[in-house]
Write a protein that binds this ligand. Sequence first.
Ligand code: GDP
Length: 295
Amino acid sequence: VKGLTKTRSNIMEGIDQVLKSFKKIDEELFEELEEALIMADIGVDTTLNIINGLRIKVKEQKITDASELKQLLIEEISSLLERGDHEIHVDEGPTVILVIGVNGVGKTTTIGKLAHNMKQQNKKVLLAAADTFRAAAIDQLEVWGNRAGVDVIRHQENSDPAAVIFDAVQAAKSRKTDVLICDTAGRLHNKKNLMEELRKIFRIISREYPEARKEVLLVLDATTGQNALQQVKLFKEVADITGIILTKLDGTAKGGIIIAINSEMNIPVKYIGVGEGIDDLQPFNPQEFAKALFA
Ligand code: GDP
């Protein structure tokens, strides 16, 4: 997987060191492995689950040699990552994707990449600039729209986000758009307002576009490690998140957070961002990711 070298080497290093320093599987090995997994940002609860799973398998399969533990670990993580629906089913009819997340995580960039990605799948794409709070956000989305070659429905700064969504939905219907991707405000410090805003947006989409499939994608910055987990908890209170896009995996050793999110929050990761370019978005492949971490 391109761009994951840093993620891989970091998690590998700690775990490899532990596995290499033991010949036989004993209590001390499990303890050190537990520490290495937590250090890799995998999260305490998830780590304990993984270790438990390993203990059971070791006992069942009567494994005594520490060198056999790595393969079991890959299987354990792989099966954690596989849970949930990792796809966005754009072939199954018109789709509205609501993109949420705090400012700076890479929301606008991700929308640009996503638009490009869908267009390459021969889909008709439209963007809605419903983060009306910042003029810069609207302009930035327009820049990405141009790059991807897709139209952007926009209003003036500080206009009602729900009105932008209303117009965008009408445009999507009349133009027979396959995928409408909506940017939203990321002002999490005003949770009540954000919740109201999103509720209004959802209401309009359900009322005006009942035939569309709905996706709510939360964008998270992988470099923020455990902070990203906090953001999932907060956004879960304001929206039914259907998937996560984890950005900046190219520049971080904190890719382990992906495992914690998948397992502790029970939300599938759908895409990963591995750079600032328009092509730097990849569908998340659980098996490939687990293998890349420990290959
Ligand atoms: P927003 O405020 O959430 O809309 O964030 P932006 O889309 O403006 O992105 C913030 C910064 O993160 C920009 O400098 C982007 O180029 C950068 N960025 C976004 N995604 C990625 C990624 O996957 N990798 C890297 N290295 N940078 C990214």
